[in-house]
Structure formats: C-alpha cells, structure tokens
Design a protein around this ligand. Sequence first.
Ligand SMILES: C[S@@+](CC[C@H](N)C(=O)[O-])C[C@H]1O[C@@H](n2cnc3c(N)ncnc32)[C@H](O)[C@@H]1O
Length: 223
Amino acid sequence: MSTARFLFQKFAKLLSAKGLYVAKSLNYKTATAPLPINLDYVRHATLGLCFQEIMTKQVPGNVAELGVYRGDFAKRLNLLFSDRKLYLFDTFTGFDNQDVAKEKASGFSAGDQNFADTSVEMVLRKMPFAHQCIVKQGFFPATAAGVDDTFCFVSLDADLYDPILEGLRFFYPRLSAGGYIFVHDFNNDQYKGAHQAVLEFCRAEGIGFTPLPDSGGTAVLSK
Ligand SMILES: C[S@@+](CC[C@H](N)C(=O)[O-])C[C@H]1O[C@@H](n2cnc3c(N)ncnc32)[C@H](O)[C@@H]1O
C-alpha cells in the first residue's frame, strides 16, 4: 500500500468515528457552479445534478423554498436558478404555535427549535440575484393563497408534519414534468412528522420517492 493511501485510510477512519465519511465526489463531471464548502456534500451535489437535468430538459417553472430561515439553502437555489423566480415562504419568526401543538400531540417532535433569529432583509442581502426573489412572509399554507404558478424545483424544509404535508399538497400538482421536490428531514428521527407527511402524501397519490443519505435524510420526489 502506498504511503498516501495508508494516510488516507487513517484519516478516513478518524473521520468515520465522528460520523463523517470520505467519499469520492463527482469530479469526472464538469459542474456548472462549483460546490460551496459545506457540511452536506450529498444534498448539494444532488441538487446540482437535478439542476442540470432541469436545464438540459428545459423544464419550465419557477423555484420555491418553504422553510427558508436564514436563507442558506435558498442562496444556492438563487445562484443556480438565476433565470427563474424564487419564492421564499417562511414566517421569519420561527414555528407557528398551531403546528407545534400538532407535533407534540402526535409525538412527532418537540418543535422547540428557535428559528426566530432571522429577517427578510438579512435573507435578501445574501441572495446573489435578489431581484428574482418573491417573499411570502407568514403562516404557510395561508401565504400560498393567490400564488398561481408552476415550479421546476421546490425545497420543503419546514421540519414539521402540517406544513410539509400542506407543502406537498400545494406544490406537487403545480410541479412541471421533469421537476423535483426535496423534502428535508424525511429520515431525521428528531422530526418524525416529515417522514409521516411524505409517506402519507405519496401513498395517497400513488407516487414514489428516493431517500438520500445526506445529513438531513432528504426524500426526493419527481414527476
Ligand atoms: C430548518 S428551518 C429552514 C432551514 C433553511 N432551509 C436553511 O437552509 O437553513 C425551518 C423553517 O421553517 C419555517 N416554518 C415552519 N413551519 C412554517 C409554516 N407553517 N409557515 C411558514 N414557515 C414555517 C420556520 O420558521 C423555519 O425558519
């Protein structure tokens, strides 16, 4: 075994003890936009590949995220889909009490994470193409009223059962053929409502999904 391979294996073993795995990236494929340094290669690389499919097939529609918080994933969406509108759905004050009550009653999660330390202004300042953003501030699904659009890509990252199920009900019928929906936390045991919402929706509609081994346990729905 070469010294380099020996050292690599030692390093990989140390990282795996911390739950971090070293895997070869898609370095044989030319990326449209190089990946940012982040702690979720699988999620970002999958988004990049879905983006390429959407562009190659010229899938029509705009982009949306439900659950924006401080805009970290939305920033990437805005950078990649620079020629599309980006809807940003969030209370920008954290979880809504009625969603949290349902979470607790159903035993899905404690719903006690605080996502209030953000603002619309802070999020928009991060966006490379802020003129493409349409902010929908407030309680979802109420904020979806009057949104008459189609979508090529949607990120559902609202953590809780009710908004995720409502998000699937609203966005899936409006998803273009060839489009994708990422549902974050599908395999996150801290947010069991996300799992339940995807299973219920997909069973009712007779559609499939692909679970990703990214750090949030995303489920990918496509059409
Ligand atoms: C995990 S954070 C989103 C993280 C974000 N995607 C990122 O890249 O960092 C979840 C967000 O969902 C929002 N949210 C949850 N339920 C909501 C609802 N019913 N209506 C609007 N926003 C909601 C919360 O306010 C919170 O900002």
